[in-house]
Design a protein around this ligand. Structure first.
Ligand code: GAL
Length: 645
């Protein structure tokens, strides 16, 4: 279902993440009162409390959680119950000594923090199902529990891949089911190369610790398998809960965690949520230069949050929340600046403008102990209000005047595909070719043009709601998307690196893009080192990746000596990785061909439309002027949509 179909508007709400087990019970009533007074209505609890719920194997202790729920609910707070499987207690290791994941060097990822488990370990899966079901049985029909969060941030801290014996054995079964015979696997992977043929599935190892690079087909199969394992783990927990509850199930995804297919997991859940740490992400996981990082250090990257809002809106099939919103400096990035005054409110409203139902702040009170003692919260360690609490109160007051979240109809869509991410990680060809960055560069260019965007999976069947669709870097064009593009009458930009491998990592017999959609073929591919650029005639350049094309599609943008960069008519093929200037230029033409109005936004300003309003956010470090209005740094404006847009 395209995510831009009209949805009934839902009421916006605020939440916080609370750990009653961290605090003396006498504090709970006051905490609950202060949450309510701040305008918070939702509170997530429980997600790391396994050792408190089951201090020894089979010895259950739920009374404290019963009492915490009573206290919170006495202030009309709605509970989001977390299941605690991200933090197996120490006794679990005595019961299941081989449950730890192994890293690519075969070393165990030990007890002492969190997420120390292997998704393929059957014993741990059953323990997780057991505790999840015990919680479901106890609280599943309690109307005070309005939603359930399963586990916490799957894949975070590089925890999707495990090279354990359990993973190896399940990988072999997965291969046997997929390929049916070792011969079929050998043919599909091209194992005739370097004498790599297998006689039995049980001969296939995990693709780590090989002398030089393993076969990319082998690695991709392992990556698909590893993703399926995470999806399976979650599906088992979802089934366990659904026996006991009708409340919606969700998971809190992370930013730029790409090792498992979130669309596949989203199909088993009712709501997607994600954890938004704009400043942590800018310092930790966005590839940008030092100047950009310094400029946005108190605001965050102007497009990174929006990208994930749009991605997870689709993963949640239209229903999504921010489960953890950064409130101040975090502790985990290489540097941890404080947000500009106003930014916490701006981030919250940006999420609401993208259709979030709930924005929930991490966390209620800063802990004076353990790993996150330097992580700020809504309250300080001395129990006084921290800076963010005033902004939260302001958002709560804002919501009273604008209570409903209606999703905008986007005119533009980008296809995002997890398998392509894994494929091009396995075979970057140039060391800075990164699929996420390619898609993100296209997304940012669309945002610079003031657009609201939908992000869609690669098996999308219907594009008819859109006017422009971008498909950068898609490894394999499937039948569904091919049919959707063929039936679509809007503007399309395919490439670069589009449909260049089949699902088993083989170059198609007919040269790519081999899709009957456009008359062009990639005859040579080259990658370029940093600093090298192929100038386009006019403005902009190709960087990092360039394909030499041959064929009858008319050339739209070329190098000064006439080599094609962009070819085609309504359906175009882009043969390289554009720098920002080239993106802006080629999108300006595509948008005007598509009949989409493009804004001329000053640096740092970003726009998002809801069904009824236009929001303009200032991510810049200084006041910005736009169409006669001045918007302070860290601030935003909103106004009813006019027909011009
Ligand atoms: C998230 C996680 C939380 C907390 C937070 C700190 O990734 O879900 O439990 O660790 O980061 O920023």
């Amino acid at each position: 279902m395209p995510s831009n179909e009209a949805k009934p508007a839902v009421k916006r709400a605020l939440g916080t993440c609370y750990y009653p087990e961290h605090w003396p019970e006498e504090l709970w009533p006051d905490d609950a009162k202060r949450m309510r007074a701040a305008g918070i209505s939702h509170v997530r609890i429980g997600e790391f409390a396994w050792a408190q719920l089951e201090p020894a194997s089979g010895k259950l202790s739920f009374d404290w959680l019963d009492r915490a729920i009573d206290v919170l609910a006495s202030q009309d707070l709605k509970i989001v119950m977390g299941t605690p499987t991200a933090t197996p207690p120490r006794w679990m290791l005595d019961k299941h000594p081989d449950m730890l994941a192994l890293d690519a060097e075969g070393r165990p990822r030990k007890f002492g923090s969190r997420r120390h488990y292997c998704f393929s370990h059957e014993g741990y899966l059953q323990e997780s199902r057991r505790i999840t079901e015990l919680m479901g049985e106890r609280y599943g029909s309690d109307p005070r529990i309005v939603a359930w969060q399963i586990d916490n941030e799957y894949g975070c801290h590089d925890t999707t891949l495990s090279y354990s014996m359990a993973a190896q054995s399940r990988f072999r079964s997965w291969l046997a089911q997929k390929y049916q015979s070792p011969d079929a696997l050998n043919r599909a992977w091209g194992n005739v190369f370097w004498s790599m043929d297998y006689a039995e599935f049980d001969e296939v190892d995990l693709p780590n610790m090989t002398v030089t690079e393993p076969n990319p087909a082998h690695v991709l199969a392992f990556r698909r398998f590893a993703s399926d394992e995470v999806v399976r783990f979650n599906a088992v927990m979802a089934r366990a809960l659904r026996k006991w509850t009708d409340a919606p199930l969700l998971h809190n995804y992370m930013g730029r965690v790409l090792e498992f297919d979130h669309f596949a997991m989203g199909a088993d859940l009712d709501i997607a949520s994600w954890d938004s740490y704009p400043l942590g992400f800018l310092m930790d996981r966005i590839d940008c230069d030092a100047e950009t990082r310094a400029h946005y250090m108190r605001q965050g990257h102007p497009d990174f949050q929006a990208f994930h809002h749009d991605l997870y809106r689709t993963v949640g099939q239209g229903r999504w929340w921010v489960m953890e919103q950064q409130p101040g400096p975090v502790n985990w990035a290489p540097w941890n600046p404080a947000p500009l005054p106003g930014m916490v409110r701006l981030w919250s409203w940006e999420a609401f403008a993208h259709g979030a139902e709930v924005v929930s702040y991490f966390r209620w009170r800063q802990p004076p102990f353990a790993q996150e003692q330097m992580h700020t919260a809504l309250l300080r360690t001395d129990n006084c209000d921290a800076a963010a609490l005033d902004e939260v109160k302001k958002v709560a007051r804002d919501i009273e005047t604008m209570p409903e979240a209606g999703t905008a109809k986007a005119n533009v869509a980008i296809i995002f595909d997890y398998v392509s991410q894994w494929a091009w990680e396995i075979q970057p060809q140039g060391q800075d070719f990164d699929y996420f960055n390619l898609v993100f560069s296209a997304y940012s260019a669309l945002r610079r043009a003031g657009l609201s965007i939908d992000i869609l999976p690669s098996d999308t069947q219907d594009l008819s709601n859109y006017k422009l669709v971008l498909v950068p870097g898609l490894m394999t064009l499937g039948d569904d998307l091919k049919a959707a593009i063929s039936a679509f009458d809007g503007q399309v930009i395919l490439g670069p690196r589009f449909n260049t491998r089949n699902a088993d990592f083989r170059i198609p017999q007919k040269l790519p893009p081999d899709c009957d959609l456009i008359d062009t073929q990639i005859v040579t591919t080259e990658t370029l080192p940093p600093g090298a650029a192929i100038a386009a005639q006019g403005d902009g350049s190709v960087i990092r990746w360039w394909e030499h094309l041959q064929g009858g599609a008319p050339v739209q943008i070329a190098t000064p000596d006439g080599q094609a960069i962009l070819v085609g008519d309504r359906i175009k093929y882009l043969a390289g990785w554009p720098d920002d200037a080239l993106w802006d230029r080629l999108l300006a033409t595509a948008l005007s061909d598509a009949g989409i109005y493009r804004l001329q936004l000053p640096k740092g300003l970003r726009v998002r439309d809801t069904a009824t309003h236009r929001f303009i956010f200032n991510y810049g470090a200084d006041v910005a002027r736009f169409e006669g209005r001045a918007i302070e740094a860290g601030d935003f404006i909103h106004e009813p949509l006019t027909t011009k847009e």
